[in-house]
Design a protein around this ligand. Structure first.
Ligand code: KIV
Length: 286
């Protein structure tokens, strides 16, 4: 694994060379460090932050300040990975000016390399303006959680001919606008493969099958740390939630029983405590 920091060019070249791209979400410095050390190519500070860490019911309430706060933390933890900040709902939909000013904050304040925005042809002009302003952009089409209610909920997209054609057009318009990669979320694998073959920029799939140039998952899903629901496209590589609960229950039991902390967890004094006791008794007598 190269020690030098990954660049956007290296990510695009990976597709040309036929290699796969790995992307995981990160929301804090400790996880960023672990994922970076494990060789993950791109750390995405996803607005899934809202559901996974902040306890919201959807990604819609997540604010720009919340995203920047966590992006700064991830920025402090990563070394080699490319860092992408997810622009939250209504931080770019109002037009290119807001998108540039808000997107630029991820680069200036959190040391992100790029930002991600949801949407297809309807935001192509905004993406073009951001790229012209010097902000690298990752697109995101298919199931776009910020506007899931308009899509009829959290459902697979692009199953019929009309919506499949619309997604192909969306991917092309993002590439033409200058996006350096596109996330394809929850679309049939044949359609994702077709889009991947038509684009020169990499596609990153989530629920879009193995034909994409890379794969992204929410880290808490992969580790079995998010128990509310597990989408069908998630593979749990570990089941940490029960382990966390077990460890915490052991701590509680030992504190309550007085067996923690043990001698090994205590700091001995450098003088004989009896000396201090004697001084105290002397004070009381005089
Ligand atoms: O917010 C997020 O975590 C995402 C990924 C799942 C693509 O957008």
């Amino acid at each position: 694994m190269p020690e030098t920091k990954l660049t956007i060019k290296a990510i695009i070249d990976r597709k040309r060379e036929g290699g796969k791209i790995t992307v995981l979400t990160a929301y804090d410095a400790s996880f960023a460090r672990l994922l970076d050390q494990a060789g993950i190519d791109i750390l995405l500070v996803g607005d899934s932050l809202g559901m996974v860490v902040l306890g919201y019911d959807s990604t819609v309430p997540v604010t720009l300040e919340e995203m920047l706060h966590h992006a700064r933390a991830v920025g402090r933890g990563r070394q080699r990975s490319l860092l992408v900040g997810d622009m939250p709902f209504l931080s770019y939909q109002s037009g290119p000016r807001d998108a540039i000013l808000n997107g630029g904050r991820f680069l200036k304040e959190a040391r992100c390399d790029a930002v991600k925005v949801e949407g297809g042809a309807e935001i192509a002009d905004t993406v073009r303006a951001m790229v012209r302003a010097g902000i690298p952009v990752m697109g995101h089409i298919g199931l776009t959680p910020q506007t899931a209610s308009q899509l009829g909920g959290f459902r697979v997209q692009g199953r019929d001919a009309a919506s499949a054609r619309q997604l192909i057009a969306a991917a092309r318009s993002l590439e033409e606008a200058g996006a350096f990669a596109v996330v394809l979320e929850c679309i049939p694998d044949q359609l994702a493969g077709m889009i991947t073959r038509q684009l020169a920029i990499p596609t990153i799939g989530i629920g879009a099958g193995p034909g994409c140039d890379g794969q992204v998952l929410v880290t808490h899903d992969l580790l079995g740390l998010f128990e509310k629901f597990v989408p069908r496209f998630v593979k749990q590589y570990a089941n940490l939630a029960p382990m966390v609960k077990e460890a915490v229950a052991s701590f509680r039991a030992e504190v309550e029983a007085g067996t923690f902390p043990a001698a090994a967890h205590c700091f001995p004094m450098q003088i004989d405590p009896a000396t201090l006791e004697a001084e105290k008794e002397e004070e009381v007598r005089t």
